[in-house]
Every structure is written in structure tokens, then in C-alpha cells.
Design a protein around this ligand. Sequence first.
Ligand SMILES: *Cc1c(COP(=O)(O)O)cnc(C)c1O
Length: 419
Amino acid sequence: MPHEPGATFHPETLAIMAGYDPASASGAAKPPVYLTSTFVYESAEQARAIHEAYFRGTGPMAGQPAYIYARLSHPNLAMLETRLAAIDGAQSAAVFASGMAAHSAIALTHLRPGDSVLHSRPIYGGTEALYNQMMPHFGVHAVPIGDGCDGDHIRAQAELALAQGPLALIVIETPANPTAALTDIALVVAIADEIGARIGRRPLVVCDNTFLAPFAQRPVELGVDLTMTSLTKYCGGHSDLLAGGVSGRAEVIAPLLQWRTMLGSHCDPFTCWLVLRSLESVAVRSERAMSNAALVAAFLRDHGKVAGVTFLGFLPEGTPQRMVYDRQCKGAGSTFSFHLHGGEAEAFRLLDGLRLVKQAVSLGGSETLACHSATTTHYNVPAEARAAGGITEGTIRLSVGIEHPDDLIADFAQALEHV
Ligand SMILES: *Cc1c(COP(=O)(O)O)cnc(C)c1O
């Protein structure tokens, strides 16, 4: 029972209390923002003890909260990291200035020249470029996984990666943008274990959990080493900040923190304060956004001008993707795509006809956003690759927010009349 002494609370409860103790700040019910770059020592002796604890993990201050300089850590960052780790069900967390700062730190920390990486595809454009355009400059090879639910395919791609160098990292994003393609998280973890037993070095499994966020999918519980989340999206939840988080075992997070100190990509105090506050409501916001999304997706699916909707909740029973969905997702999320009959002209008429829904990239905010994939988020992707990924000239991506669902449906109904 979660309320017995010593027992842990549910993640929804931890989201409201973990990481901040009012007694630490004059009883303030909510945390102050610590706008300071440096921290004053009580004495030269204490300064030495703090540095010893930080660099060696030993001495009288070992394990105690103590700060040196804000680029290394600061109180608002520590609060947010404690809360994020608690929500994700992990031992430890590191928070960065953006989701891509988190992905970049993972790559620099856990890859060495000659290593190879396996990654799901499609994957977020920044992650695709990191592993296929930037990391090759450092002698790292990337191999894509096309069908993340097919063990034979994943094992075959792992062999291709191993042929080029030790497989150090498996990076998966599930569900993936914009096709809602799923990767079987537990299967990938099992394959990483097989490879580890065979070559004596187990690749780390990283799951980008941005699309479903901590309450609808729990990768740490499914065995991944690192859960990465762009906190910019559902966790921040109001389209007013950028941040990124990584959760996992302390020994895998610790080297990320060292890299973050060198890269200077920590998250600043005010942004940490905003995310800490936003985490309190992410469970209820996600619930509302997901129930809205199910209603909007059903309306679009049944509309004569719509050719198809890639909403996870509509995965046909009995398919491998459906089985993976039922096993690892607690909800269908609220970001999906729909395809209009016709092409760019029809899509533009629909978008320009919307009165409530705004046109913008990004997702996971309180407001509903729509954009034309081929000319915005996937502008730089060659047409053939777009088609292979299921994006047509009539594809529109939607991030459904927490407005009243009737207002959203009414807006789509009137905009579809312009098509
Ligand atoms: C937005 C996003 C990122 C990058 O996060 P930023 O905070 O924009 O740097 C990474 N992965 C996914 C799935 C995203 O949607």
C-alpha cells in the first residue's frame, strides 16, 4: 500500500512532492528560484570537503547536497532531477538545456571512435542527423532498424552494425514521429542482452519517450538503461520552454553529468523551476489530451475528405504492432497524423481554414497545433524517403491539446468544408 510508512508513492503523487522540501527554504510551499552562478563556502576547510566530495565521492561531505558553481549543478536543477527520476522510476536523472542537448551528451558520453549505433527509423530529425551526419565525423557508424517489432530484422541489423565495430548503443524512439511506428522495447532489451553475452560488452539501450511521456509509457520498468525525454513537449506542456531529461541507473547517469559540465548544457534555474511545476500536472494534462485526441481522431477517420489516420488507438487487433502497443503503452498519446484525399493544395486549404487550431511545429502543449509534414517538419527529407515513411503531400500532423473537444471537432469540421 502506497500510504504505509516507508512505502513509495505512485508516480502521480511523486510528481507533486518529490525533490522539494519546504523546510529547506523558510517553509515556502513552493521552491524559490535560485538565481546565482556561484555558491559561498562556510570556510576553506568546507570548500575543500565539497570539492573532495564532488571529484572523489569521498570525505565528510560525500553524498550531501552542496553546490560549487551553477554549471556543475544548482538547487533548482537538483530538485528537477530528483523529481524526474522519481516519476520515471529510475535511480538518477540528468537534465539538460534541450532534448537535443540530452541526446548529444548521450552520444558523446557512451560512444568512442569505431563504435557502432543501432537506431529505430523513422526517428526525430535531430537524432537522425546526430547519428548519421555528425557522429560519423568521430568514426561512429549508424545502422537503422526499419521494423522495431520484428526480432529477426533487428538481429540482422545488429549483425550489420557489429560488422562495422562494437555495438555500443541502441537508440529507439517509440512511438515514432509522424507514422506512430512502434518498437518493442522489451524485445530490444533482450537482444541487447544476447549481444552482451556473446561479445562481452552489452550495448546500452536508450529509449526516447517524448511522444507518450512518463505516465503513458514506462521504459525503465521495461529494462532500458536510459529513458530520454524532451521536456519541451508534454512534460513542459505549455510551449514556453526547452529542456531535456535522461533517467537511469546512477552509474550510467554520472558520466553524462561530467560531459554536461564540459559542454555547459545544464538547464538554467528558471527553466528548471517551470518544468518542476509543469511535472505536477503532466498526468492530468496527458489524460485530457489523450481523450481529446481519441475523439478528434475518430471524427477525422469517419470524414469523407480524410483518407486515413495514423492514431495508435486504431491499430488493428491481432497485428504485431497492436500486441506491442497493448504490452508497453498505457495510452495512445495525443500526437498523430491524418492524410487528406488530394495533396498540398488541399492540405493548405484545410490548415488556412482553421480558426482555433494554430499552425506550428512542436507538440505536447496545452494548445492544439497542426502542420503540413512534407513542407515543414520533413521539408529536408527527400520525397522518396518521405513516401517510404508514409508521409504523403496530403499529410497533416496534429498535436491535440487540452481544449474542450467539441470546439476542436467543430474547428476541423468547418475547415474541412474549405478543402
Ligand atoms: C522535440 C523532440 C526532440 C528534441 O527535443 P528539443 O527539446 O527540441 O531539443 C527529441 N526527440 C523527440 C521525439 C522530439 O519530439
